[in-house]
Design a protein around this ligand. Structure first.
Ligand code: GLP
Length: 260
């Protein structure tokens, strides 16, 4: 995979936004895979800035969220549907009718998961999937031991993920126990993967994903199976990578025609 190591979070946001913008420039009706969590916040902010400046038009794209909590009441501010509507759809000028989130309130969650897979397929698949990474190596909500072949389905959140996400809720008990998440197989079906990570808390997970063995104990190691995966990290998130100099050299000498 391509590993790009940059000075700080602002550089990560800029370079990741370049990739997304490049995809949309080539295909104005592109399908974007949308991640939530704090990792992509800077990328969205940079895209929103370019949209506001008239440099980029995202009004023709479709979006598919990676995951959604199960059982939060409609309109709960921390449901990923609400987070995306507030922080992504509006600021990026996306068409709300074309932004899709798994239905975590469905009476039949299995059917909702299947419907979601069908909706992604009907849209022609995801052109570029933006990803964060959990401290335990999860992507989407695919916790350790998730199958590399998994599709959208119900998952139980790992205690560490619930603890990590408790900061968004009034109390740790409020963090849902379950979620619907695209599977690793679903994610690998995207034509391009773009994982961003910042900060030392992610250093171990990034190293395991990029340089560790292919193992469901680190779900993000599934990126090693993808023919077009790019990992953009800042210095702090890169400290555990052993081939740091190699990644820097590759990026410094990246041919112009390969750049977004
Ligand atoms: C969350 C999300 C993931 C996200 C990850 C890391 O719970 N479900 O999509 O990438 O965990 O979160 P953060 O970016 O806030 O560190």
């Amino acid at each position: 995979m391509e590993v790009i190591v940059l000075l700080g979070p602002d550089d990560v946001a800029r370079v990741a936004a370049d990739v997304v913008a490049g995809v949309v420039r080539r295909r104005p009706g592109a399908v974007l895979g949308l991640a939530t969590g704090s990792s992509p916040v800077g990328v969205y902010a940079e895209l929103a800035r370019r949209v506001a400046a008239g440099e980029l038009d995202l009004s023709g794209v479709s979006g598919f969220a990676l995951d959604e909590y199960v059982g939060l009441p409609a309109g709960h501010p921390e449901s990923y549907a609400a987070v995306l509507a507030r922080d992504v759809t509006g600021p990026l000028g996306l068409d709300p009718a074309r932004v899709h989130v798994p239905d975590g309130r469905a009476a039949d969650l299995e059917a909702a998961a299947e419907d979601y897979e069908q909706a992604i397929a009907a849209a022609g698949g995801v052109d570029v999937q933006l990803l964060g990474i959990g401290a335990n190596g999860h992507i989407g909500f695919n916790e350790p031991t998730s199958s590399f072949g998994s599709r959208t389905r119900l998952k139980t959140l790992a205690p560490r993920t619930r603890a990590d996400n408790a900061r968004f809720f009034a109390s740790p008990d409020e963090v849902p126990m379950h979620c619907l998440t695209q599977g690793l197989g679903t994610i690998l079906g995207a034509r391009r993967l773009l994982l961003v990570a910042q900060g030392s808390a992610k250093a171990e997970a990034v190293a395991a994903a990029v340089e560790g063995p292919l193992t469901s104990m680190c779900p993000a190691s599934a990126l090693q199976l993808h023919p077009r995966a790019t990992v953009v990290v800042d210095e702090a998130a890169a400290v555990r990578l052993t081939l740091l100099d190699h990644y820097r050299q590759v990026y410094a000498h990246k041919p112009a025609w390969q750049r977004p």
